[in-house]
Design a binder for this molecule. Structure first.
Ligand SMILES: [Zn+2]
Length: 146
């Protein structure tokens, strides 16, 4: 990515409204490219890198739509979003490296969803998150690389 170090800053006045469907695609593309979950402001920064200036309110509306469609998920502990990979899982965040793993847990998720519905919660959006040490960090800590 070559940069000259002096980008013209007058582009702000050329802000134009991006249609909702197109914005959703841009947000999905930004999340798909990212190696880790992105916060709303990191998504805005990623779009700015593509010369797309978007204010926070439309980004939050796009994130809401994509959450409702099940396309993305929010990782509460990180205040960040990512493409949904595994539907019913535990989001395990490593205390050492910050890595995020999706551990399939459909029985647990089904049981918790049933409990929520039993308590009268309509369409619960369940997110199970845990912290610990990932297998790679644990192995490295034991001083062994195989
Ligand atoms: Zn780790």
């Amino acid at each position: 990515m070559p940069t000259t170090g002096r980008e013209p800053r007058q582009e702000r006045s050329r802000q134009h409204r991006i249609p909702a469907a197109q914005l959703d695609e841009l947000v999905l593309a930004a999340l798909a490219r990212a190696a880790a979950p992105l916060s709303a402001y990191q998504i805005i920064a990623a779009l700015r890198d593509e010369r797309k200036t978007v204010a926070p309110p439309p980004i939050y509306r796009a994130l809401k739509r994509l959450l409702d469609q099940g396309e993305i998920e929010r990782i509460e502990m990180l205040s960040a979003y990512r493409i949904r990979i595994v539907e019913k899982c535990i989001h395990a965040i490593c205390d050492s490296c910050g890595g995020l793993s999706s551990i399939p847990a459909s029985h647990a998720v089904d049981a918790l969803n049933a409990a929520m519905k039993h308590a009268g919660f309509a369409s619960p959006r369940l997110s199970i998150e845990a912290t610990g040490r990932c297998a790679r960090c644990e192995l490295a800590d034991r001083g062994g690389a195989g």
